[in-house]
Design a protein around this ligand. Sequence first.
Ligand SMILES: [Zn+2]
Ligand SMILES: [Zn+2]
Length: 121
Amino acid sequence: MILAVDSDATFAGDAKGNWRFECTRCLKPVEESFRTPIEVLVPIADGHMDLTDEVRQSIALNQPMQIRCKPDCKGLCPTCGKNMNDTACGHEGVLEAPPMSLEPKAPPSKPRLSPKRGPKR
Ligand SMILES: [Zn+2]
Ligand SMILES: [Zn+2]
């Protein structure tokens, strides 16, 4: 439905389409259909409206924050990086250290230069 208001137009309707995400746990591509109601005010330039930005923005607001390929996604093995939904690598449940990618790399610790004999006062 498009209502002309002076030189702007209000576009109200449903945006439909498919999300394409990566699962936040295992990074597998996920596709999910969505339908979100939108209402945007669009300036008309040269007799044509450019909906794309406005629509994209209002769709982005409705984007799910946590995307998983399935509710019980096991994610990647923190030990060997394999997708634990596909393979049982045997490391399951062994979480000794957080995945490297989530940790900022600590700079290599420099040996401290500690003078064994400081100047005496
Ligand atoms: Zn997943
Ligand atoms: Zn593993």
